[in-house]
Design a protein around this ligand. Structure first.
Ligand SMILES: NC(=O)C1=CN([C@@H]2O[C@H](COP(=O)(O)OP(=O)(O)OC[C@H]3O[C@@H](n4cnc5c(N)ncnc54)[C@H](O)[C@@H]3O)[C@@H](O)[C@H]2O)C=CC1
Ligand SMILES: O=C(O)CCC(=O)C(=O)O
Length: 310
């Protein structure tokens, strides 16, 4: 029987041909998000009203959207963060949910390491300076032998650890749900508590999911435990960091700098105070935006949806 599906992520359509090979074997009526943007809740309610399945990016799939989608049987996440999907309601209604596990691990880890360098050598400032006619040779710091503190030791956290090890960094990690001691020994990673990470790390990097437990895990109290010379890097989710507290910490020299790929509101408001700070750098949620990762996300999210629907 024909199934109607909705595909929302903009970058899905760049590698669309990879999914067509999979879709062509099934009887599908495909609706596409042609706005080129993340959809609003109202748009999701309208577009999901009669679909059997959805491949969803960062668009809201909250309780109201899910309950209003009367035919919905499957949600395939284009990516790995499930924080935009109300998993409890989906479970209650028997709607299957699957993420495209591991598809963007390498890309996010590479961006994270790139942000370490961007911060430690003030690369964004240096580019702007020279283009604006200033020859200001800022003295940075080396990364080798510095301590990286990884909060969330899942797929991306472990990939960052591997790359940090190649840079000869000392590696610490905090993850209350990770207990493969053999692996951490083999990787030369010290598993510890969050306080030791905050107190000792030169780079604190976030790789944990957003949920009730982790919302604002970085706040004025945790920031105050960090070294004045330390950098915070967030390529996970904006809401993990209290942005007002981060602004105060950066402005008052509580920490040296921060980089974010993600914001609690995307795109951030032009008035967002963080954007006015020289020691704050950012990228527009491009962690998974590589040719390789998007192709993997397209293939796996398409396969996952088909598996759940047929
Ligand atoms: N910037 C971007 O474009 C992307 C961002 N992400 C974000 O990165 C996150 C991590 O992705 P993966 O590593 O693939 O997920 P994963 O599920 O493999 O790893 C997450 C790890 O966090 C740990 N964790 C859970 N609660 C924790 C807590 N309270 N404290 C410390 N650790 C905790 C889990 O035990 C798990 O090991 C995603 O949830 C997503 O929000 C993921 C992909 C792309
Ligand atoms: O870039 C995307 O659309 C999704 C990437 C992401 O944030 C995730 O995988 O959770």
């Amino acid at each position: 029987m024909k199934k109607k599906i909705l595909i929302t992520p903009k970058s899905f359509f760049r590698a669309r041909n990879k999914a067509d090979e999979i879709f062509s074997q099934f009887d599908l009526d495909i609706v596409e998000n042609n706005t080129g943007k993340t959809l609003t809740k109202q748009q999701m309610i309208e577009l999901c009203s009669d679909v059997d399945g959805v491949i969803v990016g960062l668009d809201p799939m909250d309780e109201e959207v899910i309950r209003s989608a009367k035919n919905l049987k499957a949600i395939s996440k284009y990516g790995v963060g499930l924080d935009n999907i109300d998993l409890k309601v989906a479970e209650e209604l028997g709607i299957k949910v699957k993420k495209a596990e591991g598809t963007n691990t390498r890309s996010v880890a590479e961006l994270t390491i790139g942000l370490f360098f961007a911060l430690s050598r003030s690369i964004p400032k240096a580019v702007i300076d020279v283009k604006d006619g200033r020859w200001d040779r800022t003295i940075g710091t080396e990364i080798g032998a510095k301590v990286v503190g990884i909060i969330g030791f899942g797929a991306i956290g472990r990939e960052v650890a591997k790359m940090s090890s190649g840079l000869e960094m000392e590696i610490m990690a905090y993850d209350p749900y990770f207990n493969d001691i053999e692996l951490t020994r083999a990787m030369n990673v010290k598993m510890t508590n969050i306080d030791e990470i905050l107190e000792k790390a030169d780079f604190v990097t976030l790789h944990l999911p957003l949920n009730e437990e982790t919302n604002k895990i970085i706040n004025s109290k945790t920031l105050s435990k960090m070294k004045q010379t330390a950098y915070l890097v967030n390529t996970a989710r904006g809401e993990l960091v209290d942005e007002d507290a981060l602004y105060e910490a950066l402005k008052n020299g509580i920490i040296a700098g921060a980089a974010q790929d993600v914001f609690s509101q995307e795109p951030p408001d032009k008035q967002n105070k963080l954007l006015s700070l020289n020691n704050f750098i950012l990228t527009p949620h491009i962690g998974a935006y590589t040719k390789e990762a998007t192709e993997r996300m397209v293939v796996i999210s398409a396969k996952n949806l088909i598996e759940m629907l047929f």
